[in-house]
Design a protein around this ligand. Structure first.
Ligand SMILES: [Zn+2]
Length: 446
């Protein structure tokens, strides 16, 4: 058995009690995290109080923190998730202002300790391999950024040594808006042989408001780098279609298509919009707003989809659907029954295209359920993906935020898929970044 978690974020993987103990003695400024949490949930997370209780030796503090992290208070959507995730990242060494200027002793201690802790948790889940995504702060000096990538890479390689531990690899999550500016720093670490533990580049965090075309130049550059340096090749991973609260449904689908066919990633993160059943779409607010430019791009895309086999009648109706202009430059869509049925048809066409292209979708059952606000698991996009014969694997995303583990993610879907299929989805070693990027083959003797 080769159980692998190929979609997990380093900081979202901590055991909450471990994290609370870790930050209890640190000087941390929690005001930004507390404020975001309060704005989202209209209540205080109380992390300062929890730290004080932890310092007093209150054994309940850790489990109370775990509850706060995992409790969305019935809210769905990406921002509700992010407000809880910020409680970890903004209390981490990466949020320490000192790091903006120079390597910090705190980061030098935290990252190896965190990677060791997460690797130990992975051992408890019987993982053979885990790929851990890490996003660095946006405004670091290049020398600090380079130092951090080397630190993360070394920590992962070191944790992969002891027998019985999973192989641990890092995935560098770059900022969507400035990928080309950050890439040379990582590239130079790789070329110097100092980032062997980093096996992929990913784009995560907020996807709305960013145009997938912003990544075109970077993606072309990465594919070129891989061709020139196969032994250092990185997989390209992109979170897309995970959140689409400020998009029309057509635009949410178009962006998945754009990412797959223009950027040519090795795996897609989530792509949920492509797998939602009609029942789910019907429960969403009938009126949706998006930027006028998004809708214009989607109209062009629907027209080209019709030339590539999407039902002409549905395309015609979608293109003629009312989109009322608003003074802000946005448009307001009205989704009646007919339009939702046409959207569902467009999603089915997209799934067909993804299957034909051999796309691989990373599905994270608990995370997707919470962020989408699914009424029941039988609405999960994974079911439609599998029915459409798309390659899928299961990852755990942020176990601390969803109170889960990789085996639990498989168990969650087992009643719908059967044990054999659910377990197979957490054993996709052949889709590990090092294999998909060609790095493993380039390094194998002979
Ligand atoms: Zn993710």
């Amino acid at each position: 058995m080769q159980r692998c978690d190929l979609h997990r974020h380093l900081y979202g993987s901590v055991d909450p009690a471990w994290w609370l103990a870790h930050i209890a003695g640190q000087t941390v400024d929690l005001s930004a995290a507390e404020q975001t949490y309060f704005l989202r949930y209209q209540r205080h997370a109380g992390l300062s109080e929890l730290r004080a209780r932890q310092r007093r030796g209150d054994a309940q503090a850790g489990s109370d923190f775990a509850r706060i992290l995992a409790d969305a208070h019935g809210a769905s959507g990406f921002e509700a998730f992010q407000a809880r995730h910020d409680l970890i990242t903004w209390s981490s060494a990466l949020a320490d202002p000192q790091l903006l200027r120079r390597p910090s002793a705190r980061a030098a201690a935290e990252i190896p300790a965190l990677v060791a802790h997460v690797a130990e948790r992975g051992r408890g889940e019987a993982l053979a391999l885990m790929e851990l995504r890490v996003m660095l702060p946006a405004l670091l000096r290049p020398a600090v950024e380079s130092w951090l990538w080397r630190l993360i890479s070394d920590a992962c390689l070191k944790e992969s040594q002891p027998a019985g531990r999973p192989q641990v690899r890092a995935v560098a999550s770059l900022p969507r808006s400035r990928a080309s500016a950050h890439w040379p720093i990582l590239r130079d670490c790789l070329l110097a042989g100092e980032a062997d533990g980093i096996v992929a580049v990913d784009f995560c965090h907020r996807e709305e408001g960013q145009d997938p075309r912003d990544l075109l130049a970077f993606a072309a550059e990465l594919h070129r780098f891989n061709a020139e340096h196969p032994r250092l090749a990185l997989a390209l991973l992109v979170h897309v279609g995970e959140s689409f609260e400020r998009l029309g449904f057509e635009s949410a689908l178009r962006r998945i298509h754009q990412v797959q066919f223009q950027l040519q990633p090795h795996r897609l993160g989530h792509a949920c919009a492509a797998g939602l059943p009609l029942g789910y779409l019907r429960r969403q607010p009938r009126q949706r707003r998006e930027a006028g430019a998004e809708w214009q791009r989607s109209r062009d895309w629907i027209a080209s989809a019709a030339e590539q086999g999407f039902a002409a009648e549905s395309a015609r109706r979608l293109l003629n659907a009312p989109a009322s202009p608003l003074p802000s430059g946005s448009v307001c869509h009205d989704y009646d029954q007919q339009r939702l049925e046409d959207v569902a048809r467009l999603a089915a066409w997209l799934r067909q295209e993804l299957a034909k292209a051999g796309a691989i979708i990373e599905v994270c059952p608990s995370s997707n359920r919470a962020i989408l606000g699914l009424a029941a698991l039988d609405e999960h996009p994974l079911l439609q993906f599998l029915d459409s014969h798309i390659n899928c694997l299961i990852g755990s995303d942020d176990p601390a935020l969803f109170a889960t583990s990789l085996p639990q993610e498989a168990a969650l879907m087992a009643p719908l898929l059967g044990d054999t299929q659910a377990n197979a989805l957490i054993e996709r070693r052949e889709w590990a970044s090092e294999i998909l990027s060609g790095r493993a083959a380039a390094r194998s003797p002979g």
